[in-house]
Design a protein around this ligand. Structure first.
Ligand SMILES: Cc1cc2nc3c(=O)[nH]c(=O)nc-3n(C[C@H](O)[C@H](O)[C@H](O)COP(=O)(O)OP(=O)(O)OC[C@H]3O[C@@H](n4cnc5c(N)ncnc54)[C@H](O)[C@@H]3O)c2cc1C
Length: 143
């Protein structure tokens, strides 16, 4: 594995940044998934184009190309509950039908027991006076 900082800049064994060297994808071990490699690549392109960019890995959607497929973005429910307890905000969870997924419908797989877990955080941000809503989503068929 190649050590990198939050901007995918390579860090040497002494913790120093290696100038002009970035490492994206599986090789940096941050999040060994296809969409993460892609998002890290875009982030690095932004930076070398002169636009500073720090990638929020929690915002990267992940898909498991299994059958049935599983997709997710953000924290898991236990992680969200822990964060809510520590930081003193509320979460709410919504479950809905797999029929709402247009890809499942297009593939004629909208039927059957399914679970879509939608977690909405209501956060009071110091920087934004109104409430900020963060959403995380997990989609999977219930066996
Ligand atoms: C079996 C399996 C199932 C997976 N399932 C999922 C999944 O369901 N969902 C998901 O999101 N991710 C999945 N992944 C992970 C996903 O494939 C990787 O996270 C993603 O491909 C990483 O992208 P990358 O660009 O870092 O590396 P890669 O996609 O591996 O690309 C590296 C490229 O570099 C080339 N290369 C290597 N050495 C050299 C060299 N010396 N010179 C020139 N070229 C070289 C390779 O040929 C390859 O084309 C799976 C991986 C495996 C192995």
């Amino acid at each position: 594995m190649c050590s990198v900082d939050e901007r995918m800049r390579v860090v040497d064994a002494n913790g120093k940044l290696v100038p002009h060297l970035y490492c994206i994808g599986d090789a940096n071990g941050k999040m060994m998934l296809a969409h993460a490699a892609s998002a890290q690549g875009i982030s690095v392109v932004e930076q070398v184009s002169g636009r500073d960019h720090v990638l929020n890995h929690l915002s990267i959607p992940a898909a498991c190309f299994t059958h049935p497929e599983i997709s997710m973005v953000g924290l898991t429910e236990p992680q969200a509950r822990e964060k809510a307890e520590k930081e003193g905000f509320e979460i709410s969870i919504a479950k809905t039908s797999f029929k709402a997924n247009t890809k499942a419908l297009a593939e004629n797989e909208g039927e059957g027991p399914a679970k879509v877990l939608l977690i909405v955080y209501l956060l009071n941000s110091v920087f934004i006076s109104s409430e900020t809503i963060m959403v995380e989503i997990h989609v999977f068929l219930e066996c």
